[in-house]
Design a protein around this ligand. Structure first.
Ligand code: NOJ
Length: 749
């Protein structure tokens, strides 16, 4: 989309915002300052604070605003913008707001999802690290960079649980498991928001999409969600609660209807749960146009009715629906909407602007010097490289093909993604206008070439495209493979195949890529496959025949270096799948923490009248929690300090883990529980804790866990969070399907 022109008028010196709030008024408590300002605002100015429009950077939805942004901002009719990037442009827009009657600063929001200039792995990939400190650090760096260029607010983290890899947005979350995703939600909010809002390296976080967006039927984006209360509370809401507990400043509505009520007009979600039971003090922004979309849902008859429904339900800011701007005034004047609802929403928005310090200096985030330093900080690149290496999941490694032997004289690096540049960014990457990404992103080719050094010859063939049926490149690829001692094939999706509105009904390796792998395998050369994707793909032939497979997702700016670090053994992989990989689309939804059913199917297929398929196993291709290392780990000596607990007693669990291989490595020790009998049936296992430990070869370390009542609790038949007496199984595993040690205990009446 063409840039709209914007006059850059940089004001010299510090400008005091809020004409009426200069001088001693600034010393007053925020509550008083908000009230003083509110009293001076016309209804139109109030609605302006509840209105958000997209600027002219790569827009992220269908633009609805047809007027002139500057005029609207100057008239006090816009409170927030998204898609305005860079200190210069944010400053220029802020200048316009400073010419409005009340000089209320604009808020700049942006989808800073996995990095800003320095791109980190896509969120699902980072989730595979199970490294909460690294995930928090990644968000911290993204915030530092974005905040320096004038952004106040990120529309992240997406904390939607996703059990359906057809849904394109699985790439943006933390996978299928509520416990892991909640921990990650907490870490991401902490990372984005830093020490406190108001620091110039802190962004406001957004917990999105509230709620249950990830359960869209059939994996189709924006589709309906029909879900039991128990499922909502137990599986889908906890990551939102974790984000709230971490202090998330804002929440965003989801596009879907939940049991027939669109989320943007859902007062049960917004008023009863979020602002009621949970006491949320921040504000709720709609998703792009989601207020107006309630008309198409068939929930309201027009945009005016949509505005009424949304503000009544508890939505505070309208992103790109023009509903609040155009209709709330009339609704308030006509008595259909109490002005108190508008005032409450405005207070919530103003409070954040105060907390960010924008009334004291509206330009404090738009700082060209800080921007230059933050965006080109070598420490950020190093962190992105480490995070990327931590995100790569080693799915298979027969015959210890990896790490690559230093004796290899010639390696063939083949595939449509070997020299790809922008794809490494993955979906939802910020692309800044002034960055030459061809130099900024390390391709897989460059990473491996540099990593190998001059001792090994690296040959290249593209082989095929990502999509399409063209096999013209196969012959050359096979010829190149024949010259090599080992073949690495880099295949997968294009980055544009996952993300918003990127659902796929068929999630196999696209095009003829798996055929390419077959032909290369047929040369008899050892083959390593790298799979780049934003979702779990189906690749059964490869999984069965190729000896070594690494899942590399989309790894960001440092993709090539990180992949080389893993291939060459500089980084020993420890990542674990945060989502189950199906054998076929017909198994979806497939997740490890399912119920047993009354007729559980044997793992390898159907037997008699059981809950399986005639033509497929019920187990995933790769289970939740799976991921290999270049070393091996032995588990032993599981001990529980008591076999019976009562009341608030805690059980201390201990075990020992030994590095039984020959390389130092990290192991993610996973603790699962099963409640054998409940007032409602309970999953076959649930992740309740994990620890990552580093062990030198031969080293043994003790690992400890504490089981408290909270870990034994669930939503019982009355939907109360409670632990029920009875027997529990405790399982310690290297994955959800690789349980190494187990024991039982009992919770007494
Ligand atoms: C729509 C997406 O669903 C949401 O996640 C995003 O933040 C907004 N567009 C703004 O780009």
């Amino acid at each position: 989309m063409a840039r709209r022109s914007l006059t850059v008028r940089v004001l010299g010196g510090l400008l005091l915002a809020g004409a009426s709030l200069g001088g001693s008024a600034r010393a007053q408590p925020v509550d008083q300052r908000i009230e003083a300002l509110l009293q001076q605002m016309t209804l139109d100015e109030k609605l302006g604070q509840l209105t958000q429009y997209s600027g002219d950077w790569k827009v992220t939805g269908p633009v609805t605003f047809s007027g002139n942004h500057q005029e609207a901002i100057q008239a006090g009719r816009v409170g927030s913008m998204l898609n305005v990037l860079g200190s210069e442009r944010t400053r220029a827009y802020q200048d316009v707001a400073m010419r409005s009657r009340l000089k209320i600063p604009l808020l700049f929001g942006q989808d800073v999802i996995h990095g800003y200039q320095t791109t980190f792995p896509i969120p699902l990939a980072e989730a595979a690290s199970w490294d909460l400190a690294a995930i928090e650090a990644s968000a911290r760096i993204a915030a530092t960079e974005a905040a320096a260029s004038g952004i106040h607010w990120t529309f992240a983290p997406m904390v939607d649980i996703a059990r359906d890899p057809r849904w394109g947005r699985v790439m943006e979350g933390a996978g299928e498991d509520t416990y892991l995703a909640s921990k990650i939600a907490y870490a991401r909010v902490k990372g984005f928001q830093g020490r406190q809002l108001g620091d110039t390296d802190a962004l406001m976080a957004t917990a999105k999409h509230f709620a249950a967006y990830g359960a869209a039927q059939a994996g189709r984006d924006y589709n309906s969600v029909d879900m039991s209360e128990r499922m909502l509370w137990e599986t889908y809401l906890p990551p939102f609660k974790a984000a709230l507990d971490a202090g998330a400043a804002t929440f965003m509505n989801s596009f879907n209807d939940l049991n027939g009520i669109p989320a943007s007009g859902n007062s049960y979600l917004l008023r009863d749960i979020l602002k009621g039971a949970w006491g949320f003090k921040g504000f709720v922004v709609s998703d792009w146009g989601s207020i107006g979309e309630m008309v198409k849902h068939g929930y309201v008859k027009d945009n005016r009715d949509a505005a009424r429904a949304a503000i009544t339900a508890g939505g505070d800011m309208d992103m790109e629906s023009n509903a609040y701007r155009d209709h709330l005034g009339g609704l308030v004047r006509g008595g259909a909407v109490p002005v108190a609802l508008v005032d409450d929403a405005v207070r919530r928005v103003l409070r954040k602007k105060f907390e960010l310090g924008l009334f004291d200096d509206p330009y404090r985030f738009s700082d060209a010097a800080r921007e230059r330093a933050a965006l080109n900080n070598p420490a950020h690149r190093q962190a992105a490289r480490t995070m990327a290496a931590k995100s790569i999941v080693l799915l298979k490694n027969e015959g210890k093909l990896l790490p690559l032997s230093r004796d290899l004289k010639t390696i063939a690096f083949i595939g449509p993604l070997v020299k790809a540049v922008a794809d490494n960014h993955g979906g939802w990457a910020v692309t800044l206008p002034n960055v030459d990404y061809s130099k900024f992103i390390v391709t897989q080719w460059d990473g491996l070439k540099v990593g190998l050094g001059s001792g090994t010859r690296l040959l290249y063939a593209r082989g095929s495209d990502i999509e399409g049926q063209n096999r013209d490149g196969f012959a050359e690829a096979v010829a190149v493979a024949r010259q090599a001692d080992l073949v690495i094939v880099s295949v997968g999706e294009s980055a544009a195949m996952s993300g918003e509105a990127k659902s796929r009904a068929h999630i196999g390796l696209p095009g003829v890529q798996e055929d390419l792998i077959r032909e290369l395998h047929a040369t008899g050369k050892p083959v390593v496959v790298l799979i780049n994707a934003g979702r779990p793909l189906v690749f059964n032939w490869t999984a069965e025949h190729v000896p070594a497979i690494a899942y590399t997702w989309w790894l960001g700016s440092e993709a090539g270096n990180a992949i080389a670090d893993v291939l060459l053994g500089k980084h020993n992989p420890a990542a674990r799948l945060p989502i189950s990989f199906p054998r076929g689309e017909g198994q979806i939804p497939i997740y490890y923490n399912h119920f047993n059913t009354g007729r559980p199917a044997p793992a390898d297929g159907v037997a008699g009248y059981s809950s399986g398929y005639l033509d497929e196993k019920t187990t995933p291709r790769y289970p939740f929690g799976h991921g290999l290392s270049y070393t091996t780990f032995a588990y032993s000596d599981l001990r529980l300090d008591k076999a019976h607990v009562a009341g608030n007693d805690k059980i201390t669990v201990s075990l020992r883990v030994t590095n039984s291989g020959s390389r130092a490595g990290d192991e993610v020790v996973q603790l699962y529980l099963r409640d054998r009998v409940g007032s409602v049936v309970r999953p076959v296992k649930e992740l309740k804790d994990f620890r990552t430990i580093r062990l030198e070869p031969g080293q043994t370390r003790a690992v400890g866990f504490l089981i408290d009542r909270e870990k034994l609790s669930f939503y019982n038949e009355k939907l109360q969070w409670a632990a029920e007496p009875g027997e529990f199984d405790l399982m310690i595993g290297a994955s959800s399907a690789d349980i190494r040690l187990s024991a039982g205990f009992e919770l007494a009446e």
